[in-house]
Design a protein around this ligand. Sequence first.
Ligand code: KIV
Ligand code: ZN
Length: 539
Amino acid sequence: MSDNRVSFFDTTLRDGEQAPGYSMTLDEKLRMARELENLGVDVIEAGFAIASPGDFESVRQISKSIRNTTVCSLSRALAKDIDAAAESLEGAAHPRIHTFLATSDLHLQYKLKMSREDALQQVKAMVAYARNKCAEVEFSAEDASRTDPDFLCRVIEAAIANGASVVNLPDTVGYATPSEIAQMVNNIRSRVPNIDRATISMHVHDDLGLAVANSLAGVMAGARQVECTVCGIGERAGNAALEEVVMGLRTRKDFYGLEYGIRTEEIGKAARLLSSITGIKPFPSKSIVGANAFAHESGIHQHGLMNNLQTYEIMTPESVGVKKTELVLGKHSGRHAFEERLKTLGYNFPKDRIEKLFEAFKKTADRKKTVSDRDIVALAETAVPLVGNPEKMYFLESFVVNSGNRMSSTANVVLKRGGKNYQEVALGTGPIYASIRAVEKIIHHPFSLEDYSIQAVTEHRDALGEASVKIRDETGIYRGRGVSTDIIEASILACLSAVNKMLDENQSAIGTGAASSTQRTFEQDMLGCGHTDKQFPQS
Ligand code: KIV
Ligand code: ZN
């Protein structure tokens, strides 16, 4: 690799997915992996093959489907882990085994109960073992930033001597400062005799908010691989955010003078896909991808921008795939204009999906004066179910709610499935609770509500509300999002999106109405909160 090029190792699907709330299904991981390939990352860490059968299958499927990017599986420095990693990577065009062992005294003594010498022998043996199974091996010295520098040099030298072509120096707990990171990299570069045979990699956590600064400090000192995740998701406070590292390199090319293969114009799309999969949006002021990252509110700023964009804009929204010119569509806009706008926003949907989306757009345009790009993005990511057979899915036909401050709420919901309508009435402490209960009664499949949130997509009075739900049954957790100018409708749509995924995963349970004894239902959840039907006798 050129000395001048920084390679991007994306671990959204491994370190990122480990973070609470970010777990993904196999199908979601595949979609994310394809998007990462499109974004131009050099390596996709697809999972930790030995961790679970689901992780193994994800690495296997991603290996089969990704042809241009290196696919990697994590493994501890243990033969059984390396065997699983190698097996899961069998179909990969460019496989890499990433094996790691902690090297700090703290981890050796309290976690691994191992001496430094034993650890060194294990690194030698296991890197060689991995190298026998895979042409490309990366070794990580976990907690490198808190490892004795002399010992770290010995470990890295041994890893390279036994076949590692990438050596990773994690700041596992986000403890180091940028100058300490630079010192660690300089130490390795000047004291490890065979370092010219390997690429130095940074893997930095954000516990003190320094992940990006530390990654770039490592790069300045000579590291040529950065491990990061989309939006910086990852264990605890997360990892270095890919979009921030690469836009640092791009915006300050004058300072760093380095190349990379990321197509930065695809960043917005990758971040949107991640949030549509996980149901978690970046906070509004998040660099690069937050909703306010390119919004200029203050009059002084706006005035400066009008005279010269560079006064307050160091990079353009277009350079990260965020469209600034908020062209608005309305109820008179035709299918063609809508389709063009979808394409500009990065969505290339098949005809039937555009058709459904256009219907949702028209409905929204009837209720709202103007439909902005942000509304369209919200619709594109929520209005049309993404998985399963449409014949087996439930769609919202109609609903009526009756609610007030001195009464229980009643929801009358009609869902359509396979051409037939199903109707139920349910009571609840609020209209959303009552509506979700009615859905649960119709589908005859119990679930618990793990999480619910609602937020406005735009700022105006007629803003679309975007509801996110996370439901659980015994097969797993399912997320859904829904948008509408009516927050109850948005909530029902979000619930249906999650419900359809759940039923698709669990077809055999449909219609039986059989709740397992361990399965908590949505109703029981609410009982736990003191809301019961007993309080609201059905009349
Ligand atoms: O944070 C860390 O040290 C890791 C390693 C397994 C690379 O995630
Ligand atoms: Zn990590």
